[in-house]
Design a protein around this ligand. Structure first.
Ligand code: ADP
Length: 571
């Protein structure tokens, strides 16, 4: 059985106290005994002195003995131990030599001696005292009976007092051990609860003493540690969650290169990059693709960051490696294909814009140079100025279109959606284009019912129909008919058709690309007609802004037909 701290404390102090009490008692008792023996000896010595005196004066000893205790034995011996007188046994001649008696031997040696023993002569026990006096020894003895024993026995008073004090001390030790034990027991309970994870606030309350204070400090330190441990676990959890849903493939490695954690994207990217499938993050550094990372990691100290790019199956990846202070490191794989594509598109775009600007600007410059350098009559001058003016118009149109396209793409919040009556928009487009319509003998057949309320931006909706109508006038040919109407509705959308019965786009390859920026079916022809190549891009983006879609197809009877949907006004 395992003793509690309190019991052990109690036991230790109890044993020490007991030893102390027993030693003290024994010592005291032996001292008392010695003292009483000395008293007894003193008394017997006095008797011996009196006997000696009587002997010296030649007085008969028997009269003296009357004064002594009745059962006293007085023996007078010569130096050789022969008994000269004996009061109890008168027959001295029969008595053996007493030289070998311990008290006589002691008296011979020290002048006096005592002993308690059985009398060889009488067979009873005596307390003997002998003293060397004059020519021999006087020995006085008292029977070692109950009275003498009683007299010589130590007084029990001290024993009782010691016992009482011992009991009081035991009680006190019990109390003190209890107090100490309580602090230790609380500390032990606290440690157990902490170990088992069942710690409550009450476990951290300690008694008001030094041990309690130590316990309290340990508890406080422990609590702070657990709180910060909890917090860092939560932060780690959050970080891992973040990494799990990150758009980057991340893998953490220990300083020895063992995998600690990686997200699914990391594995996915790794397997896109590697020829050997399936590849695991564990053997990443053995893969020749990552030789650069491996070389970077084997460099002692120095840089902590290394970045490289990898390309596979048309996809671009950036590989970043961060080395941390403890030697652990992370590898991040990022799919940069989209950025690369955007970058490429931007470069193309810049090229396209430069290309688009070059032609009108060169023309304007040419016209102006002609006017400035050559002597021209007023009519010719007017002709060139008109031409230059037309080019500036197409430049303005280009700039306007580019601005609109950028706004739809990058600042869609600048447009406001409201309920718009689409018939009114289309009628306004027709009215605004009345002149070119008439000039090209184009007729328009609008079957959109009145009250077709679209949830959209009025200006953008105008741009959609404006561009489509402008294209039909420009590219479908003279004398065509434009038809537009709503051919279907559902709970959320109106479905529209916009068609002409003109030339259409015979080549399917072109048809698939007409919504691209700056794409023209026939460079020369469309340029002459003043198109920027952005018209259908604007239409597609404006429809996409309204959560709609658009497609184009050649009509069976000739001409181009656009099908698109626009959202209904929300009621
Ligand atoms: P632009 O602004 O130069 O008119 P678009 O993007 O509007 O350019 O049109 C792209 C190309 O689609 C034009 O170059 C033209 O060849 C062709 N196209 C557009 N609409 C029609 C149409 N109704 N009939 C035939 N071809 C068309």
């Amino acid at each position: 059985m395992k003793l509690t701290y309190k019991q052990r404390l109690f036991l230790w102090f109890g044993v020490i106290l007991l030893l102390f009490a027993v030693t003290l008692t024994l010592f005291e008792r032996s001292r008392e005994r010695q003292y009483k023996t000395d008293l007894m000896i003193q008394q017997l010595d006095a008797y011996a002195g009196m006997v000696n005196e009587a002997l010296g004066q030649g007085r008969p000893l028997d009269s003296l003995l009357a004064l002594f205790p009745p059962d006293i034995r007085v023996t007078v011996l010569d130096r050789a131990g022969r008994v000269l007188y004996e009061n109890v046994f008168g027959d001295r001649g029969g008595m053996e030599n007493h030289a070998d008696r311990p008290e006589i031997i002691a008296a011979q040696r020290d002048g006096q001696g005592s002993s308690v023993r059985l009398s060889a002569t009488t067979g009873t026990e005596y307390f003997y005292f002998a003293r060397a006096l004059g020519e021999g020894y006087v020995r006085v003895a008292l029977p070692y009976n109950i009275q003498v024993r009683h007299f010589l026995r130590a007084d029990n008073g001290f024993l009782y007092v010691t016992l009482l004090m011992f009991l009081a001390a035991v009680l006190f030790i019990n109390y003190a051990a209890g107090r100490f034990g309580k602090s230790i027991a609380r500390l032990a309970d606290f440690a157990t609860a902490a170990h088992e994870g069942t710690l409550e606030d009450a476990d951290a309350v300690f008694p008001d003493d030094e041990l309690g204070k130590v316990g309290e400090q340990i508890a406080r330190g422990y609590m702070a540690l657990t709180t910060s441990e909890k917090r860092s676990a939560q932060e780690r959890e959050r970080l891992l969650q973040h990494i799990l849903i990150s758009e980057e493939g991340v893998c953490f490695y220990t300083p020895e290169g063992a995998v600690e954690f990686y997200n699914s994207l990391f594995l996915q990217y790794l397997n896109i990059l590697s020829d050997e499938t399936p590849i695991q993050p564990d053997n990443l550094l053995e893969n020749k693709l990552f030789a650069g990372v491996c070389a970077f990691l084997s460099l002692p100290g120095g840089e902590n960051y290394y970045e490289t790019t990898l390309e596979k199956q048309g996809r671009h990846f950036s590989v970043q490696t961060n080395r941390f202070a403890d030697g652990s490191f992370e590898v991040i794989l990022r799919d940069t294909t989209k950025q690369e594509r955007t970058q490429q598109l931007k470069q193309e775009m810049t090229g396209n814009i430069a290309h688009e600007l070059r032609t009108p600007v060169t023309s304007i410059r040419g016209y102006l140079e002609t006017i400035l350098e050559q002597p021209l009559d007023a009519e010719k001058q007017h002709h060139f100025i008109t031409k230059a003016y037309r080019q500036t118009l197409s430049l303005s149109e280009l700039i306007g279109d580019m601005g609109l396209l950028t706004r739809i793409e990058e600042a869609p919040h600048a447009f406001h959606r409201e309920g718009v009556d689409l018939l009114q928009v289309v009628e306004k487009v027709c009215a605004d284009m009345e002149i070119p319509l008439r000039e090209n003998a184009v007729s328009v057949d609008v079957t959109i019912p009145p009250g077709t309320m679209v949830d959209g931006d009025k200006n953008l909706l105008y741009s959609i129909f404006g561009n489509l109508m402008d294209n039909a006038i420009k590219y479908a040919g003279r004398g065509v008919t434009i038809r537009t109407g709503c051919y279907r509705t559902d709970s959320d959308f109106y479905y529209f058709t916009f068609s002409d019965n003109g030339t259409g786009i015979a080549d399917e390859h072109h048809l698939g690309r007409i919504f691209e920026r700056f794409y023209r079916v026939s460079e020369g022809r469309t340029r002459d007609s003043g198109g920027s190549g952005l018209g259908l891009s604007i239409v597609r983006n404006a429809i996409a802004f309204h959560r709609g879609t658009i497609s184009a197809k050649n009509r069976p009877g000739g001409g181009l037909e656009f099908l698109f949907k626009l959202p209904k006004q929300r009621l």
